[in-house]
Design a protein. Structure first.
Lengths: 192, 155
């Protein structure tokens, strides 16, 4: 039986076809990952009349008005100072009435009691505040908390917070420095 | 004077290109796998604000997006800030329904893990953002992400 030789397919243009597809995907690909500031919203309030009583000294009131000006505990402040102010406020000052109360809290992951601040940062903005400013304020507060977490992580574990891998250690730091930013119920002051 | 002589009989052999398609295919597959096609066409202009303390959004399949900004076609739709859900303009009242639908589309185990990413133009007033947040609270979508770009470090 005569064997017929199958004609060889010319694969020279294969590369060109692949190139074409490659270039298409190269152009359409967006490598950017979505980034942003992650926050958790509080569940809706069931009866708005019921106010949770928080001692005045435990709250750092941050207000942003419709002209993007910042007021912290009744005083005007520049955005650049906010981070330091927040860190100062949330840090532990025992028996000092100018700072929030502190309590000793048992951290099971560490197996000992640690001083934890009871401070809360209350953020309130106007309807007319620009989103840009709002994010800048959120960012400054986030920076403050991250700095404190880094410091705590270094103190107990010798590394920065974002270098922690062990879930227990992360939990421990989260318990010592919880992100306590409370956003007030919206109010309409300066119009749209 | 030095000259390059064309020597006869020692021609450089043709480079074997038969493996070129394979290499290209490899690259092609890489890009095919990593490509995420844009899901919606933006109907609103969004210039994201910048921030330093940003986190990456992990699972993309568990993220639903809300776009807020002035319409791209301002001649047709005006310049007032609008909300875009999926492929169309929406109002604040549509958000609860949107959240419910997004939940339906995910497997049951993942429904509580959905993050809502707010892509908001930076010149937007907070009023509309607050309204959206209130609606999200009512709808039970508590995890949110204020989408923002990384700020270039100061020199």
């Amino acid at each position: 039986m005569a064997k017929r030789q199958a004609p060889e397919i010319n694969a020279g243009s294969m590369a060109d076809i692949a190139f074409l597809l490659l270039i298409f995907f190269l152009v359409t690909t967006t490598m950017d990952v979505d980034t942003g500031i992650t926050r958790k919203l509080p569940p809706p309030v069931e009866n708005p009349e019921e106010n949770v009583k928080v001692k005045d000294r435990n709250v750092l009131k941050v207000l942003v008005n419709s002209r993007d000006m910042l007021m912290v505990n009744g005083k005007r402040m520049e955005l650049s100072q906010l981070k330091d102010k927040a860190i100062d406020f949330m840090s532990i000052h025992r028996d000092n009435p100018d700072y929030p109360e502190v309590e000793q809290k048992m951290i099971p992951e560490l197996g000992k009691e640690v001083w934890v601040s009871k401070g809360i940062i209350s953020l309130k903005n106007d309807r007319g505040t620009s989103y840009d400013m709002y994010i800048a304020v959120q960012d400054a507060l986030a920076a403050a908390f991250n700095d404190m977490r880094n410091q705590t992580a270094r103190e107990f574990f010798g590394v920065n917070y974002n270098q922690l891998v062990n879930k227990k250690k992360i939990d421990a730091v989260n318990k010592i420095i919880p992100i306590r930013i409370s956003e007030a119920e919206p109010e309409n002051i300066g119009g749209k | 004077m030095a000259r390059f002589k064309l020597r006869k009989g020692r021609s450089v052999g043709m480079i074997n290109t038969s493996s070129l398609p394979d290499i290209i295919f490899m690259l092609l597959f890489f890009f095919m796998v990593t490509t995420v096609m844009r899901e919606v066409t933006y109907k609103v202009t969004i210039k994201l604000p910048v921030a330093t303390q940003i986190q990456k959004l992990e699972k993309k399949s568990l993220v639903s997006y809300i776009y807020v900004g002035p319409p791209v076609r301002s001649k047709l739709y005006g310049t007032n800030t609008r909300i875009q859900l999926n492929d169309q303009f929406a109002t604040v009242d549509d958000i609860q329904e949107f959240v419910a639908k997004e939940r339906q589309a995910r497997p049951e185990a993942d429904r509580q893990k959905i993050t809502t990413s707010l892509k908001v133009n930076k010149d937007t007033r907070m009023g509309i953002v607050t309204d959206i947040k209130q609606q999200l609270r009512k709808a039970g979508a508590f995890k949110i992400n204020y989408s923002s770009r990384k700020k270039a470090p100061k020199k």
